[in-house]
Design a protein around this ligand. Structure first.
Ligand code: TYM
Length: 343
């Protein structure tokens, strides 16, 4: 059997995912979700709340359930359209887990050993990390390739995982002599804020798992919480620089101006034309206003959606059905390629 026996991979398909652990942050929003929303205009999109990935670190069941619904509500509130596109939670489509097993047999230990996110998440005691955490990127590759999707909008931190996914796809295509079966994945790392940093430490990524809630802005934060977090954000004693070169050695200043630019739909250069030379006190007021103006409608809509959790569940279930229809033929072809007896 050769690759030419299979239909070409769809050229217009986008896949991306977010973990339901804690609350979604401004980093998730600016680095990924905002771009997911924009891509809906020109692509056929699948957006997934990756509950199986969350399990790589212990999750309280009730909390996982809550966070999954909340992530779905946040995505819809941000503008993901579950009627025209596909929104679901990962465990609704077992094809992801099946393909991930095949990829566990394709990916090399040496490749996985190089993953910086595993090193960060496993910390000093690697021996105690779950095996799932180690093969996490194989499941990520399966998420995307179960639909033979070629376009994946993510923040900067996922780049290495997508390179690994491409290595898996290429090795699969090569070893089983099915050139072009799995497409090359194009990471879409878009916008000004591809790596939003912590409000407490400009050298660390803003993350939903940071122990300090003051380090991040959550999509659930109200206007007062947002203003307070920005007021207390770490800064340095100098006024803001006039040009981006002046951010050298000033990660907090760079981060806050980048946020301001992204929230007000401008480049960092244009934002600096307005706020360069200002003191942090005045600037932080502007930033807080921009953040509240942007996030308040999202939070209000999210809370409205969360008043009817059964409706969110129905939306996810319907999305899961649509996703399975798309992945089923791909998985059938993969089984055939591998020589598994199935029909
Ligand atoms: P997760 O849940 O950590 O984050 C979801 C998306 O948000 C982006 N992001 C950020 N962007 C900018 N600045 C930040 N501080 C920031 N924090 C998070 C992430 O880059 C991501 O795009 N492994 C993935 C989920 C996943 C996935 C996939 C993604 C599972 N399968 C398949 C793409 C394709 C993750 O943990 O994302």
């Amino acid at each position: 059997m050769t690759g030419s026996s299979y239909p070409p991979a769809p050229s217009n398909r986008v896949f991306s995912g977010v973990q339901p652990t804690g609350n979604l942050t401004l980093g998730n929003y600016l680095g990924a979700i905002r771009n997911w929303v924009a891509l809906q205009r020109d692509y056929d999109c699948l957006y997934c709340v990756v509950d199986l990935h969350a399990l790589t670190i212990f999750q309280e069941p009730a909390e996982l359930h809550r966070a999954t619904r909340q992530a779905a509500a946040a995505l819809i509130a941000c503008g993901i359209d579950p009627d025209r596109h596909i929104l679901f939670n990962q465990s609704l489509n077992p094809d992801h887990a099946e393909l991930a097993w095949y990829f566990n047999c394709v990916a090399r230990l040496g490749w996985l050993n190089r993953m910086t996110q595993f090193k960060e998440k496993a910390g000093k005691d690697r021996e105690r990390a779950s095996a799932g955490l180690f093969v996490y990127p194989n499941l990520m590759a399966a998420d995307i390739l179960a639909y033979r999707a070629g376009h994946v909008p993510v923040g900067d931190d996922q780049k290495q995982h997508l390179e690994l996914a491409n290595d898996i796809a290429a090795k699969f295509n090569h070893d089983w002599k099915v050139p072009d079966f799995f497409p090359e994945i194009e990471p879409l790392i878009l916008g000004e804020a591809t790596r939003v940093m912590s409000l407490r430490d400009g050298t660390k990524k803003m993350s939903k798992s940071d122990p300090s809630d003051m380090s991040r802005i959550n999509l659930t934060d109200d206007a007062d919480a947002i203003a307070q977090k920005i007021r207390k954000a770490k800064t340095d004693p100098e006024p803001l620089p006039e040009t981006a070169e002046g951010f050298e050695g000033r990660p907090e200043a760079r981060n806050l101006v980048t946020l301001y630019a992204a929230l007000s739909g401008r480049t960092v250069k244009d934002a600096l034309a307005e706020v360069g030379g200002a003191g942090f006190g005045d600037f932080k007021k502007k930033l807080a206003d921009a953040a509240v103006a942007h996030l308040e409608p999202i939070t209000t809509e999210m809370n409205r959606l969360l008043d009817d959790p059964a409706e969110i569940d129905r939306t996810l279930l319907a999305g899961g059905e649509k996703a399975r229809v798309l992945s089923a033929p791909v998985i059938a072809q993969v089984r055939e390629i591998l020589g598994l007896v199935h029909v």
